[in-house]
Design a binder for this molecule. Structure first.
Ligand code: NAG
Ligand code: NAG
Ligand code: NAG
Ligand code: NAG
Length: 191
């Protein structure tokens, strides 16, 4: 199964042998050249604001539980649960608001004493001049805190060598369905 999957990915990458993503040459030669030019480049600051839709219920969930320990139901804070996400990022909090990207990755409920999750995902931009570029988020999300600060540890495309901070704030949480809408403010330094 996994082998076939990678074979398909490989074949697709052979057919679509087009390394240029929205004006950014992603070939290894271009990446090497980009690094050689680094001393001449200036760092810039970019800010984002969007809403993250953690949709666990309904016919088309974008957030699914893939692992849960037997003990999870007896332990506090869903400890031991692993969730895989491909959540939509929108301009406004409404479900029909314009999509700007996806949050693809996972989170792990890892707070025995305080509700917390380790978040590990990429913001994958799908519109505008950042289309095709990504930012990598990795950090602790203490879910009941008003503001949760999490590191942006890198990026690709426009965001090569990015670093910054994402601040999450729960906009709404439906206790019945478990669906959450989370407001994200992201500030990154990149070249
Ligand atoms: C988990 O629970 C199921 C059903 O109660 C049981 O059959 C299984 O042996 C348990 N697994 C472990 C690792 O305890
Ligand atoms: C989005 O949904 C709201 C109701 O939730 C509706 O009032 C609005 O017209 C919709 N907007 C678009 C662009 O479909
Ligand atoms: C973003 O890039 C993809 C892949 O190149 C392309 O198919 C899509 O039309 C682009 N979307 C926008 C909104 O530019
Ligand atoms: C939670 O979701 C249910 C099912 O979609 C809906 O009926 C209910 O109004 C929602 N509650 C809130 C507070 O939004």
């Amino acid at each position: 199964m996994a082998k076939a999957y990678y074979a398909i990915l490989f074949l697709c990458s052979m057919v679509i042998a087009m390394p240029i993503v929205h004006g950014i040459d992603e070939s290894p030669q271009a990446v090497a050249k980009w690094f050689e030019n680094l001393p001449k480049m200036k760092e810039k600051l970019t800010k984002f604001h969007f809403y993250f839709h953690d949709q666990v219920s309904g016919k088309n969930p974008t957030s699914v539980t893939v692992v849960k320990a037997n003990a999870t139901s007896q332990l506090p804070n869903f400890f031991g649960l692993v969730e895989v996400i491909d959540n939509v990022l929108t301009v406004g909090p409404e479900a029909n608001s314009t999509t700007v990207g996806r949050a693809q990755g996972m989170y792990v409920a890892d707070g025995l004493l305080i509700g917390a999750a380790e978040m590990s995902f990429s913001f994958v931009f799908t519109s505008g001049r950042y289309n095709g570029s990504t930012l990598s988020l990795l950090g602790r999300n203490e879910v009941l805190k008003t503001y949760r600060e999490m590191p942006i540890v890198g990026g690709s495309g426009v965001f090569r060598l990015a670093r910054g901070i994402a601040t999450a704030r729960t906009y709404s949480f439906n206790l019945t369905t478990g669906d959450a809408i989370v407001e994200y403010n992201v500030v990154v330094l990149h070249y």
